[in-house]
Design a protein around this ligand. Sequence first.
Ligand SMILES: [Ca+2]
Ligand SMILES: [Ca+2]
Length: 441
Amino acid sequence: MKKITIFFVLLFTLIGFIGCQSSTTISTTTALTTSSSTTIDSTTISTWESTTSITSTTTIPTTTTIPTTTTVPTTSTTMTTTLDPNSLLANIPSDCNLAPIEQGWIPVWCEEFNYTGPVDPTKWKHQVGGGGFGNQELQYYTSRPENAIVDGEKLIITAIKESYGGHAYTSSKIWTQGLHNFKYGKFEIRAKVPAGLGTWPAFWMMPKSSVYGGWPNSGEIDILEHVGNNLDSLLGTIHTGKYNHMTGNQKGHSRYVKGLSEEFHVYSITWNEHTISWQINGLNYGITTFIPGENLDVETYMAWPFDQEFYLILNLAMGGGLGGSVDPNFIFDRFEIDYVRVYQKDHVTGDTIKPFSPTDIEALRITPTSAYLIWTRAFDNRQIKYYNIYVNGVLNKKVSLNTWKMSSLLPNTTYMIEIESEDYAGNRSAKVPFSFTTTSE
Ligand SMILES: [Ca+2]
Ligand SMILES: [Ca+2]
């Protein structure tokens, strides 16, 4: 009985073992099949994801219905809904029909890259050439489709390792110089930055006319910079005569976002008369404000030249001062841009409320011939455009910042000053009187 049991136990174990073996073989095959189909799936998923993200962008414009929210008629029932034909709202370019209107930001210039081929020549020009650009950069910028091409949804700037024009890499740099310039607003890009060691993509702005002199005196605004050698650390920076990277005191902000280079993100700045702030996906991560009291050692423009028009630049550099060493195995890498949008606020239309007056006026660093006037910025329901400065009853100067350096004064002389705030609709505050006396020689 025992022996038979043992026999059957052995027999069943053997059958079970064979069964197991065969079923293992089958499951291995299944596993292989499944894994290969999983690969296809993941491709499908990633395609799906990228399509979805694009679709979700496309969904945003539905928000465009917001302007139709006819905020205007709320004022009174007798008023007609007609927009001021000069308002930004009445003049939104058709290129901007995908850009939402949020928090009063009205799209004024949009590049959605929803065409194919080279970049739209009415919006962009290529900068062709190499030479390092003052940063020992390694790339030669071409206008070839290999380096910049629009694929119907986005612009793809590709840096390639290849010998060209005496350089070891090619890439592309495009700008709106000579075509489109902007002063103040919200400047936004949706992009995916490369991760390759030595890559250095940027979305930035340079002055249309360098009225305060060559770089850095007329300023530079870096909206987005990223380097593969400092992966996933986003950089936003301004350079001015007083604050720049040559002297190591540029005004910069950085934000580490894990996986930054793996996905598209929205990078932006908002720039007004006295402040520039940086955002990623709508969240602020840095702000720089002009503070007059900290800049009495220089002419105001040396600290804040950002009261002029600037143009937009997109490029992918290789190596150089910030990009660092290039991966020896580098073949190519891509900077992909879904869109670039510029928004401004319509401070002109419908503002009938006058601004508050400036306060705390002071005269500092008084000499026989000069003095710095500084004051606390005034508040307006929209935005203050100017502070008008009257000297001995005569309008002498309009400034957008809360400071003015008076010069060519007479020694030992008392100056009667009045300052008023003025908004973009021309409404003015009461004048605030102030006086000071220059020192004797
Ligand atoms: Ca697009
Ligand atoms: Ca106002």
